[in-house]
Design a protein around this ligand. Sequence first.
Ligand SMILES: C[S@@+](CC[C@H](N)C(=O)[O-])C[C@H]1O[C@@H](n2cnc3c(N)ncnc32)[C@H](O)[C@@H]1O
Length: 177
Amino acid sequence: MNDAVFLQIKKEYDNFYRELMRKGKLPMWSTSKGFWNASISDEVYEVFKRIDLHQFNNFLDIGSGDGKVVLMAALFCQSAEGVEIDEFLHNKAVEFKNKFNIKNAIFHNKDFFEHDFSKYDILFSTPDAPLERGLENKLLKEMKGKLIHYGHHFRPKFLKKEDSFLVNGSLVSLYTK
Ligand SMILES: C[S@@+](CC[C@H](N)C(=O)[O-])C[C@H]1O[C@@H](n2cnc3c(N)ncnc32)[C@H](O)[C@@H]1O
């Protein structure tokens, strides 16, 4: 069941990226607080299966972009939320949520520094800036559960690394406080 919905999500998002490219735009751009580029659907789904995301209840994607990661997490967790500064990307996320009728996904259009992280037991980040610019301090203060860090760049310095593995060449690490 999950696999079928995942394939549908992947397909629709791929169409969205193709549509952007047809208009001469790459699916990546600067936003007012950072830089958007979408994670790779197959890799993220693989990560969620590998860490058994089912065991967590409340998921948050810190800088959720077009919402794809949140919609995929909603297939595993009781609730999956995302916080994103860019209004266009936020609206896209809501559009896809409604299209797939994924009721346990929630999107917030705001600065993630103004969002309380303490109610989530699993956080996800593909950071677009060094964490020492403030995000790691916020995590150290508010994080209650674990952080999935996706990518080779901008790794935490003070959180504790629990596990680390490669998915199709991309580095994924799990951190706690
Ligand atoms: C590298 S993209 C990751 C998108 C998504 N998580 C994914 O994996 O496909 C990082 C996102 O974080 C957002 N972002 C950066 N700083 C932010 C902030 N302070 N508040 C909210 N969103 C922010 C950017 O606008 C961008 O969309």
